[in-house]
Every structure is written in structure tokens, then in C-alpha cells.
Design a binder for this molecule. Structure first.
Ligand code: GLP
Length: 250
């Protein structure tokens, strides 16, 4: 049986504070290792963190010239310039505001092919692996787009999105029928190979998932619980999401 590690937790006062704390962790990494590989996430939660990175870039000139980024996931079937594609999101939320080089940006290409998955996986190894991976969490515990019952041993693969995930993400589209049914995502094993992982959760709607993450459960039915198999995970929550029971975790 694999070892169970203790997750570190930082409770921020509010969403702004959470965003500042996580941005500071990234900025510190960029200063320590100017050619670091940073794993990035999409969704609503990291938007404030990206805003803080941009603010710091403009004020302090932190340089991303030699930084490489790899994104967790992408919808299948959306072109790069579709406003809901994660490529578009990343350009808009971060990349066009900082001095990262286009050739150092890696995002799955949204094609439904085994080849695309394999080459994404190989490239992560090729660029030296992820130094610091940022994660969000879905209400059902998904990380990246690894839905419940994804094997913990999974590598980059194509997934069929859970109805609950499509419903949760429908707010960004004209309606649920517009939300793609498939996505390409780094696998759970791919994520666990990152040297350091930071998971963010904000708001009351995430408190059940956070509570479950800090329970004794390690089960493929709750993908984020795989993080207990990693030795350097910090969960950064705001007070609303932090409605967890420390006793259940001791
Ligand atoms: C999305 C993304 C995940 C993200 C999660 C939570 O479906 N694929 O990478 O972490 O769901 O998103 P949000 O931060 O909007 O709640």
C-alpha cells in the first residue's frame, strides 16, 4: 500500500488573501528557479491569483522569460480562439500580460487522439517535469478533468465529462448543450509526479469537497484524495471553503 502523507493547509481570510498568498508562492519559485516549469489551472478560482501575478509583474518586473508552463487540461473540440477554450482563457487571464515566450507555453491541443495525449505526456518529461503544480478542485473532487473513478495510475488521457461538471461549467457557455462532452487532461499520476502541488479552494460551495479531502478517505471515487500519496501538497482555502473538521483528519 502506498504511503499516506499529511496535507498542509493554509486558511486565508478571504478570496483576495488566498489569491495573494498563492501568487507569492509562484513568484518565490520564479525567483528561485527562473527556468522553472509551472503547472497551471483554469476555472474561476485561480483568476485572482493570475491578477496578482500580473500586478507583481508590472510593479516588480518578475521575469517569466525562461519559465515554461503546462496546463492541466483542455476541452475537446474547441479551437484555440474559442472564448471558452482554456488556451483563450490563459492568454486572456495571464499570458498576454507577462513576458512569457509563446514557445514555452504548453496546453493540450483539444484533439481527441491518443497521439495528442502521448505527446503531451512525453513533453512534460522532456522539459524536466513540473516544479510547481497549481490545482483547483471540482465539487465532485475532480482535479484537472479527472472525474470520479479515474484510476490513480492514469496519464494524460481523454475523458467524458461528468454531467455535474458540464452543469457547473455551463455558466461560461450559452447553455449546457454548448459545453463539450469530452476533454483532454493530465492524468492523476501525471499530476502526482509534480515536485510540489498547491490546491486552491474558495467559497462555501467547495467546503464539502475540502471536508472530504481532509477525511480519511483515499478512494478513486474522490480523485483529489490521491494527493495524500504526494509528500508536498499545500491546500490553500479561504474561510468559507475551510469549513472542514480537523478532528476527522487527525
Ligand atoms: C474545471 C477545471 C478544473 C478546475 C475545476 C474547478 O472543470 N477543469 O481544472 O479546477 O473545474 O473550477 P472552479 O475554480 O471554476 O470552481
Amino acid at each position: 500500500m502506498k504511503e499516506r502523507n499529511k496535507l498542509k493547509i493554509i486558511t486565508a481570510e478571504n478570496y483576495m488573501h488566498l489569491s495573494e498568498l498563492v501568487a507569492q508562492i509562484i513568484i518565490k519559485k520564479v525567483h528561485e528557479k527562473p527556468n522553472a516549469v509551472i503547472g497551471l489551472a483554469t476555472g474561476s478560482t485561480p483568476i485572482g491569483m493570475y491578477q496578482q501575478l500580473i500586478k507583481d509583474y508590472l510593479k516588480n518586473g518578475t521575469s517569466y522569460e525562461h519559465i515554461k508552463t503546462v496546463n492541466l487540461d483542455e476541452y475537446v473540440g474547441l479551437s484555440e480562439n474559442h472564448p471558452q477554450s482554456y488556451r483563450y482563457y490563459m492568454d486572456y487571464q495571464l499570458f498576454k500580460h507577462i513576458n512569457i515566450k509563446n514557445e514555452n507555453i504548453f496546453i493540450p491541443n483539444g484533439k481527441n487522439s491518443l497521439e495528442a495525449c502521448e505527446s503531451y505526456e512525453k513533453n512534460i518529461q522532456h522539459i524536466g517535469g513540473v516544479d510547481l503544480q497549481i490545482l483547483g478542485i471540482g465539487h465532485n473532487g475532480h482535479i484537472g478533468f479527472n472525474e470520479p473513478n479515474t484510476p490513480f495510475s492514469s496519464r494524460t488521457h481523454i475523458v467524458e465529462l461528468a454531467d455535474s461538471t458540464r452543469q457547473a461549467n455551463a455558466r461560461f457557455f450559452e447553455g449546457i448543450e454548448e459545453v463539450p462532452k469530452h476533454a483532454i487532461t493530465m492524468g492523476i499520476e501525471t499530476i502526482l509526479q509534480s515536485k510540489q502541488i498547491i490546491l486552491l479552494a474558495s467559497g462555501i460551495s467547495k467546503s464539502d469537497a475540502v471536508n472530504r479531502l481532509f477525511s480519511k478517505e483515499i478512494n478513486e471515487n474522490f480523485p483529489a484524495s490521491a494527493l495524500h500519496h504526494h509528500s508536498d501538497v499545500t491546500v490553500v482555502v479561504d474561510k468559507e471553503a475551510a469549513n472542514y473538521s480537523p478532528l476527522s483528519y487527525e
